[in-house]
Design a protein around this ligand. Structure first.
Ligand code: ADP
Ligand code: ADP
Length: 232
């Protein structure tokens, strides 16, 4: 479950202030795939980064899995973030680590022992279809394979929620299709709630249950995908 209540974000101050988000309300029930679509500069990145507090809202309240994120800081915030996975447009893999070691990283940071890590990473690599690539380095992989590694890494800490920041924008249409298929499977089989932001209508059409339109930092429409794309 993801809930934003009256969330605003202002970057800078005075004459240089940018109102990136203004009074955003959004409620996403557990198990849904929700898309936020909008033009470049509309506030999509800011919105998704306010969910796990990579950006701290200037005002308003963010609640994820029943926990009020905006009240947390320090170690408590870090623990809450383990229940929120995130993937990015440019994958953000560590180039000096193998596929296995990239996926293992969150588990290492959480203090798990090597044996436990091995037991957890193997099924994740299988889930994303990369069990034969464990020893490869990111530079040896295609874009789609890199995003699969990033997805496995995001799932390592067993999150209830997955945030996708333009996750298919760097991929060709065919690869985009296969990554969206994987996200759909993760939602369906693991029950993980997905919030994705994109500037691509096709992405929303193909996997989202519901969609919000963001413009100039405000949510201006919110509808079930079937209704959103039905012409009057
Ligand atoms: P989108 O993801 O839809 O492209 P962003 O959330 O990245 O939109 O940006 C929304 C607005 O906030 C834009 O005007 C952008 O330039 C501005 N912005 C984003 N991040 C920062 C920042 N760290 N400092 C100042 N302005 C920012
Ligand atoms: P993306 O669309 O993938 O978020 P961007 O190039 O928009 O990539 O942003 C990359 C980083 O730069 C983000 O951390 C964002 O907050 C920051 N950023 C974006 N716009 C601005 C801006 N106008 N001033 C300062 N930082 C910005």
């Amino acid at each position: 479950m993801i809930e934003l209540e009256n969330v605003s974000k202002i970057y800078g101050s005075g004459d240089a202030a940018v109102h990136a988000l203004s009074g955003v309300d959004l409620h996403i029930p557990q198990g849904r795939i929700h898309g936020v679509i909008g033009l470049s500069g509309a506030g999509k990145s800011t919105l998704i980064r306010c969910v796990n507090l990579l950006e701290r809202p200037s005002s308003g309240r963010v609640t994820v899995n029943g926990q009020e994120m905006t009240r947390l800081s320090g170690p408590a915030l870090n623990r809450a973030r383990h229940r929120i996975g995130m993937i990015f447009q440019h994958f953000n893999l560590l180039t000096t680590r193998t596929v296995f070691a990239n996926v293992a990283l969150p588990l290492e940071l959480m203090g798990y022992k090597r044996g436990v890590i091995k037991e957890r990473v193997a099924p994740l690599l299988k889930l994303v279809g990369l069990d034969d690539k464990a020893g490869q380095f990111p530079a040896q992989l295609s874009g789609g394979q890199k995003q699969r590694v990033a997805i496995a890494r995001a799932l390592a800490s067993e999150p209830a929620v997955l945030l996708c920041d333009e996750a298919t924008s760097a991929l060709d249409p065919q690869t985009t299709g296969s990554i969206l298929e994987l996200l759909r499977k993760i939602n369906r089989d693991l029950g993980i709630t997905i919030l994705l932001i994109t500037h691509e209508m096709e992405v929303v059409k193909s996997i989202c249950h519901r969609v919000s339109l963001i413009s100039d930092g405000q949510l201006v429409e919110d509808a079930e995908v079937g209704d959103f794309f039905t012409s009057p």
